[in-house]
Design a protein around this ligand. Structure first.
Ligand code: ADP
Ligand code: MG
Length: 293
């Protein structure tokens, strides 16, 4: 890096920090680990991370979600299955503020009304979302991608020029180990396999320490081995984060739900069945609309 570039980076970082301070004093929020923490932190004392009640979303009269109610506990790993068009992605759109429902309520913890927050604010209070297609910075290394994810705003390139604290470096190392990319730390992300890019994006979400992770078909396009490792990764996150995983790959769902774990089947915008994987696999309606095909 040239001295000019270093200087420019340092200045950009300082401008960014000043801006953060201004918003902290006016908006009552403070910077912590690069993520903005609001005065109204979610309250998880009752053990519920996410609560959806009676959510209805209509597109030109068609109900993509039809009085959907669902509760996810703190630290729970919940798999959601169901046929195409069941409303799984729309449900994630509602939770993340991308789509506003016509009816119903959605809360994070017992106190945060998600329907009153914008998409950015929802991400900042600790809800991370993984879309189906990996979105990483192809031209940057694995390490730099994770470093960038520490910044509250992904567009803030200035963070690249800041000096990382020891704790931040440790955290990046920890996450790289978790997502099996430690040996690829300096590798350009664009050169990673599809599965590795998916892991990197999950790692970027983890850098922001989300309480709730929403993962929409995370193993689509992965090899069998990558799929298995992804299940191991999610199982290792269970307990520390709540995870909502939408997937069609039944072997993957089986691995994730081993032992007693609840699975939710969505159909026509509402919950068709809930229970262990064995329960829902034995449910005639579920077989008819989904598994039997
Ligand atoms: P899933 O993820 O379970 O396959 P989606 O949530 O993507 O289902 O879609 C549920 C239904 O809502 C589908 O019939 C889909 O065509 C419809 N839908 C989703 N988004 C829109 C939209 N923006 N405009 C119109 N219809 C939509
Ligand atoms: Mg979908």
């Amino acid at each position: 890096m040239t001295p000019e570039l270093q200087q420019a980076g340092a200045e950009a970082l300082q401008r960014w920090r000043q801006k953060e301070q201004v918003s902290a004093s006016s908006g009552g929020r403070s910077a912590s680990f690069g993520r903005l923490v609001h005065a109204h932190e979610p309250d998880f004392a009752h053990g519920v991370a996410l609560y959806l009640d009676d959510i209805t979303v209509s597109f030109d009269g068609f109900k993509a979600l039809n009085a959907l109610s669902l509760a996810i506990n703190v630290g729970e790993l919940r798999c959601i299955i169901g046929p195409n068009g069941a409303g799984k992605t729309t449900m994630m759109d509602v939770i993340t503020g991308k789509t506003r429902p016509d009816l119903g309520s959605a809360s994070f913890g017992q106190n945060i009304d998600l329907l009153r927050l914008r998409e950015n604010a929802i991400a900042q209070i600790g809800i991370g979302r993984k879309f189906q297609k990996p979105t990483v910075y192809e031209q940057l290394s694995v390490f730099e991608n994770l470093e960038l994810a520490l910044a509250a705003d992904r567009r803030v390139r200035a963070s690249l020029f800041s000096r990382l604290s020891g704790a931040q470096l440790d955290r990046i190392g920890e996450v790289m180990a978790l997502i099996h990319l430690l040996p690829e730390a300096q590798r350009t992300a664009g050169l990673l396999s599809h599965g590795q890019k998916q892991w990197l994006e999950i790692g970027m979400l983890l850098m922001q320490d989300p309480k709730l992770l929403l993962l929409d078909e995370p193993v689509a396009g992965m090899t069998d081995e990558e799929t298995e490792r992804t299940a191991e990764l999610f199982l290792s996150l269970e307990g520390q984060h709540s995870l909502v995983v939408v997937e069609h790959d039944m072997k993957f769902v089986e691995q994730l739900t081993e032992g007693w774990k609840k699975v939710t089947v969505l159909h026509e915008g509402r919950v068709l069945a809930e229970g262990t994987l064995a329960d829902v696999q034995a449910n005639e309606q579920v077989v008819e609309v989904y598994l039997g095909r």
